[in-house]
Every structure is written in structure tokens, then in C-alpha cells.
Write a protein that binds this ligand. Structure first.
Ligand code: NAD
Length: 517
């Protein structure tokens, strides 16, 4: 096993694979490790399509080594004091904040989003680390004195063992940070498989964990695609899996993991609708909808990809198109960029295909981003903001999660009609309403069937003291990410019942079920 003492990212220029591109390392037992694999995945800068790094598909032995190391580390990590784990999180939040820009630069290079958005990616993960700093409160169980005469009960939240996280490409820092802090403060160890499309941010996080003294093996990182995922689903020593990504993988992991007796939480795809009522503040509502539809080039699970214009608000389409035309498409690191490229050529082609199918099926396209040219980056995977109007529920562009900068516009005469459209859609990740009418807003929040609802808030992702509560087709599992539910996901409960009789008491042998009083 090759072991490197220098930074895996800074050393990229020195270690090359076939003298063509640097290689991303594994992180096992506190060491950055060069994989011995013969199978590599090329990772391209989405703005240029130049190769950035090669990502190994970890070998079976490397994956086994990683779990073995996690398992061994669990023996001591699970016995550390809550204060020790809390202190690790306190130190981690400080260095994460310090290195936010450095991590953001890596995200922009590998994933394509703008630098400001990439910093937001780190920040939303950092907030979970900050939340985990209250481990002492979060991990408290329950107690009841005198549940029966002289009898008390306490319950403890205890770790599960080795846990695993499987991550998507669209939030390379935030998603691993939804998982690692919550799992670790509970006393678990964790195996992370970042997206093979942008694992750099996770590797930078491992540098920080080393820097703050996280013991070897508490977090390990393997790379790969389907084989690595199936390895995690099947390994008998992995007790729980956190997954975030698209439907196909999410359903597969949920079923395969559960078949092996594991706990699984699976956050999947989405089609988030918003409703714009005619009493809304027009300019603010338009800007908020466009920001949430086209930000991160539409590659957010909470992107607003459908807007339902109610009544007179349907007359706002020309203004919406005009405002969308002002958004600047460019490489993510260029100043003033609103939308970077999408992740890959294949993704760009898929987005083009779904726009074309919408038009073929009868939608109108007052703004078509397919032909966009970004002068300085002619080879990038750019798609300009696209607006499809008159979209119908049977259109392919409505049924599929496009995951690109495409806003589908639908019409409704009433709020009830708009709500019915949303409730018929199989996904339930998030939704929003724009209005100045409190009573209608309240009606909407009560009647809409989605897990995260915003009132004049376009992307209502809860902060970590709550949980990320996407529902229906967007989630498989029982307990959501972070917040109280996240902690419950990563812990098992032990109850201890004690009887200390006051004074002497003769106990007679009895075969009947004990009844307390
Ligand atoms: P993806 O499902 O393609 O990949 C996610 C992970 O699963 C990766 O690590 C990948 O290696 C693995 N994987 C992919 N296909 C697999 C298969 N067939 N079998 C086994 N493993 C497989 O997702 P992505 O394209 O990286 O991310 C975008 C998707 O993630 C979107 O659908 C988006 O809505 C969703 N997402 C959801 C949330 C949420 O909280 N609901 C958050 C972020 C992203």
C-alpha cells in the first residue's frame, strides 16, 4: 500500500497515472493511498472538458481494508467521551471555515458551479458540523423516575457501528457533511463513497479531519461506481447506509441494503413546483423563481423546475423571459457568472433531448438555451436558461427530472387547481408559494403534499436543527438526514430498568409475567 505524507490534492501534480493525468487517492486508516486498481474513471472540468484527475475504482481488497479499518476504529471511537467527539467537531468547524474558499475552488473545477455557489455548498455542510457541536444535548436519552415503586428507567442513544455514505455529484461538500458529523458524534465510524464525478472536496475534508486529530479509521474513503455501491450494500459489517442521489440508484440501494438487514435512508430525485399567485410582488417573485430554477445550472435536488402561474400571473411570462435573458452563463470561476456548465456532455445531451421532446409534445419555448456559445470556453457543457411554457402533465419534460437549467411553466385558474397538480406528481421533495395573502399561503401549506414547503422562500431547505424532510417519491426510509431524525438514524436505543428496593423485601419465585405497580 503506497502511503503519502503530503497533501493528496497539492501532490496531484507530482503523482501521475500513465503520465497523462493526476490520480485521486483513497483515504484509508488516516492515510492517502494510491489505488492499485487497473480501472479508472476520467474526470473532466465541465467548463473545458480537459481532464482534471483520474478516479480509481477501488479494488475489492482496498474496500475490504477500508471497512476493516472502520471496524477496528469503532472499538475505541465508540468509547470516547461525548466531550471528545464534540471537541473534534468544534475544531473541524474552525478549519472548514478557514478553508472554505480552497474547497470551493476544487468544487468549481470538478463540478462546474460558480465559486459563490460552491462556497454555499461548503457553508451548508459546515452548518451541520456546527449543529453536531451540541452533541451533549443531541445525544441525551430519556429517563423516568419511579416508573413503578422504587423502579427507574433510563434510555441511552448508542452508536450502531460502521456506517456508510454514498454521495451524488451535485453537492460535493454539503452531502458528505450531512452524514459524517452526525454519524461521528454518535460514536460510529464511517465509510464514504463520494461521487466518482467530483470526489476532490471529500478528499480535502479528509485532510482537515487529519489536521484536527480525527483518529485513523474513523472515516475512510473509497472511490468507484456500481461495484463500490454494491460492496457497501452487501458488507456484513456495515450497519447503516445514507444515500443521496437519483431514483434508480436510490431504490436499488434501499432494497439491497435492507435485504442485508441494514438501516437505509435514501434521498432521491425531485420535481419541485412553485405556485405564483397574482397578488405576489411581481419582480421579487420572478427573480426568486429564476434564481431557484437556474442556480447551479438547475442541478439542485431542490431546484424549482416547475412554476404554476395562477390567473393573472400568467401574463408575467414575457417579463420572466426578459429577466432570464440577463443571467450570465460562463465558467464557474469567472466573475459575474450566474450559471456554470452542467456536469457532463452526456448530461447536456439529455437536457437537450428533454427540451426537444417538450417542444415536440406541444410546449412552447420562448427562451431556448440549447444554442448558447460561451466564447472563452467553446468545449464546455453549457446550457443556457430555458423556459418551456404550456407544459402538460403528460409531457416527458414534466415527468422526468431534467436536472438542468430548464423551467417548465404550467397554468392554473385557482390555487386549488395548482395544489392538485403538485399533489398528483409522484415526487414530494419541496415546493413554494409566492403570495402576499397569508390566508391563501396557509391554505397551501396545509393542503400541499410535499415534505418541505416555502412561503415566499424559493428553496426551503431546513437548517440542521430541523431535518431534510423530502417525502413521497423523493425519499425511501423512515428517518431523515440531520437534525433529531438524523441522530436517531445513526443511533440505537438501550433502555435500562433498575429496581433498588427501599428496605428489605422478601421476593417469592413466580412464573407469571411481572406486573409493576
Ligand atoms: P446518481 O444516483 O447518479 O449517483 C449517486 C451515487 O450513486 C454515486 O455515488 C454513484 O456512484 C452511485 N450510483 C449511480 N448509479 C448507480 C447504480 N445504478 N447502481 C449503484 N450505484 C449507483 O446521482 P447524481 O447524478 O450523482 O446526483 C443527482 C441526483 O441526486 C438527482 O436526481 C438529484 O435530485 C438527487 N439529489 C437528491 C437530493 C435529496 O436530498 N433528495 C440531494 C442532492 C441530489
Amino acid at each position: 500500500m503506497f502511503r503519502s505524507a503530503v497533501s493528496p490534492v497539492l501532490s496531484i501534480a507530482k503523482r501521475t497515472y500513465s503520465n497523462v493525468a493526476p490520480c485521486t487517492k483513497l483515504f484509508i486508516d488516516g492515510q492517502f493511498v494510491d489505488s492499485k486498481t487497473t480501472e479508472w474513471i476520467d474526470l473532466y472540468d465541465p467548463a473545458t472538458n480537459e481532464i482534471v484527475t483520474k478516479v480509481p475504482k477501488a479494488t475489492q481488497k482496498e474496500m475490504e481494508d477500508a471497512v476493516e479499518s472502520n471496524k477496528k476504529a469503532f472499538e475505541t471511537w465508540s468509547q470516547t467521551s461525548v466531550l471528545t467527539r464534540q471537541q473534534l467537531m468544534l475544531k473541524l468547524q474552525a478549519v472548514l471555515r478557514r478553508d472554505m474558499k480552497k474547497i470551493a475552488q476544487n468544487i468549481t473545477k470538478e463540478q462546474g458551479k460558480t465559486l459563490a455557489d460552491a462556497e454555499g455548498d461548503v457553508l451548508r455542510g459546515l452548518q451541520v458540523v456546527e449543529h453536531a457541536c451540541s452533541a451533549g444535548t443531541l445525544l441525551q436519552g430519556e429517563s423516568l423516575q419511579n416508573i413503578s415503586r422504587d423502579m427507574d428507567v433510563v434510555s441511552y442513544k448508542l452508536p450502531l457501528g460502521v456506517t456508510a455514505g454514498i454521495c451524488p455529484f451535485n453537492f460535493p461538500a454539503m452531502i458528505p457533511l450531512w452524514m459524517i458529523p452526525m454519524s461521528l458524534i454518535a460514536g460510529n465510524t464511517m465509510l464514504i463513497k463520494p461521487s466518482e464525478k467530483d470526489p476532490g472536496a471529500t478528499i480535502l475534508l479528509m485532510e482537515l479531519l487529519n489536521e484536527v486529530g480525527c483518529p485513523p479509521g474513523v472515516v475512510n474513503v473509497i472511490h468507484g461506481a456500481h461495484d463500490a455501491v454494491n460492496f457497501i450494500c452487501d458488507h456484513p459489517d456495515i450497519r447503516a447506509i445514507s444515500f443521496v442521489g437519483a431514483d434508480q440508484a436510490g431504490k436499488h440501494i434501499y432494497e439491497r441494503g435492507a435485504k442485508h438487514g441494514k438501516r437505509v435512508q435514501s434521498n432521491m430525485g425531485a420535481k419541485n413546483h412553485c405556485v405564483v399567485l397574482p397578488d405576489a410582488n411581481k419582480e421579487t417573485a420572478i427573480n426568486q423563481v429564476l434564481g431557484a430554477a437556474f442556480g447551479a445550472a438547475g442541478q439542485r435536488c431542490m431546484a424549482l423546475s416547475v412554476v404554476i402561474l395562477v390567473g393573472e400571473a400568467q401574463k408575467w411570462i414575457p417579463d420572466m423571459v426578459k429577466a432570464a435573458q440577463t443571467l450570465k452563463v460562463n465558467a464557474g470561476h469567472e466573475p459575474g457568472t450566474d450559471l456554470g456548465p452542467v456536469i457532463s456532455k452526456q448530461s447536456k445531451e439529455r437536457i437537450h433531448r428533454l427540451i426537444a421532446s417538450g417542444i415536440e409534445q406541444g410546449a412552447k419555448c420562448p427562451l431556448d438555451g440549447r444554442g448558447i456559445k460561451v466564447e472563452k470556453y467553446p468545449n464546455g457543457n453549457f446550457v443556457g436558461p430555458t423556459i418551456l411554457t404550456d407544459v402538460q402533465p403528460h409531457h416527458e419534460c414534466y415527468k422526468e427530472e431534467i436536472f438542468g437549467p430548464v423551467l417548465c411553466v404550467m397554468n392554473a385558474d385557482t390555487l386549488e387547481e395548482a395544489t392538485a397538480i403538485i399533489n398528483k406528481n409522484p415526487y414530494g421533495n419541496g415546493t413554494a408559494i409566492f403570495t402576499t395573502n397569508g390566508s391563501l399561503a396557509r391554505q397551501f401549506t396545509h393542503e400541499v403534499d410535499a415534505g418541505q414547503v416555502g412561503v415566499n422562500v424559493p428553496i426551503p431547505v431546513p437548517l440542521p436543527m430541523f431535518s431534510f424532510t423530502g417525502s413521497r417519491g423523493s425519499f425511501h426510509g423512515d428517518l431523515h438526514f440531520y437534525g433529531k431524525q438524523g441522530l436517531n438514524f445513526y443511533t440505537q436505543t438501550k433502555t435500562v430498568t433498575t429496581l433498588w428496593r427501599k428496605g428489605q423485601e422478601q421476593v417469592k419465585a413466580s412464573g407469571s409475567m411481572p406486573v409493576q405497580n
